[in-house]
Design a protein around this ligand. Structure first.
Ligand code: GRF
Length: 214
């Protein structure tokens, strides 16, 4: 069977990208693409010998033109999966449709709570006791696609935004590689608007769901 391949899109630090690279997935990371030439993650990818590219959104008159150029860059690699990892651009419906069922994102909240930005600050302001992160398939509504896997962490008394973000990020780095692995292994599919998983994961010290299916 041909080796599966993944393209990762980033905008900044790239720690989730790094977690995907570190996970030794049974797939080739064909390229890391950023809309931001300054993205720190580009250097990390390059240092590992991974092809990188920049499609700078500021060079395009509108979202449609940017997305078309981005899709062209992605399609050169013919990836089985496109993984958004801290990619901070809203994508057009045409782009999302093009990659339906093979476009994934990680969001730093327990969706559907706290869609959008500043999730940790807003979680603290809301006084929630449990917070976390979500990997989901991307559909046109922002941060609302079918949920694949979530991990929850406690919000502790006196938590700062940074402390809470770090606790959540540690879980992001576990569940994103897990979701990508399921997908690559053919155990995860988007079916009738839901993520169907036929796999297992075991992360003892956080509440992670699903743990097992079938
Ligand atoms: C992560 O918290 C991710 O969930 C969100 O943006 C952040 C990106 O961090 N979408 P990194 O670039 O992966 O370090």
């Amino acid at each position: 069977m041909a080796e599966k391949s993944v393209v990762i899109l980033i905008s900044g630090r790239g720690s989730n990208m790094q977690a995907l690279l570190d996970a030794r997935l049974p797939a080739r990371v064909a390229a890391v693409i950023s809309n931001n030439p300054q993205a720190r993650g580009l250097g990390v990818a390059k240092a590992r010998g991974i092809a990188t590219a920049v499609v700078d959104h500021r060079a395009f008159p509108d979202r449609a033109a940017f997305d078309a150029a981005l899709a062209q860059e992605i399609d050169r690699h013919r990836p089985d999966l496109v993984a958004l990892a801290g990619f901070m651009r809203i994508l057009t419906e045409a782009f999302i449709e093009r990659y339906r069922g093979r476009l994934m994102n990680i969001h730093p909240s327990l969706l559907p709570a706290f869609t959008g930005l500043d999730t940790h600050r807003r979680a603290l302001a809301a006084g929630v006791r449990i917070h976390g992160c979500t990997v989901h398939f991307v559909t046109p509504a922002v941060d609302s696609g079918p949920i694949i896997v979530q991990a929850a962490v406690a919000v502790l008394p006196g938590d700062t935004e940074e402390q809470l973000a770090a606790r959540v990020l540690a879980q992001e780095h576990r569940i994103y590689p897990q979701a990508v692995r399921w997908f690559i292994e053919g155990k995860l599919k988007l079916e009738d608007g839901r993520a169907r998983i036929d796999g297992e994961c075991r992360f003892p010290e956080a509440v992670v769901s699903p743990l097992a299916r079938r």
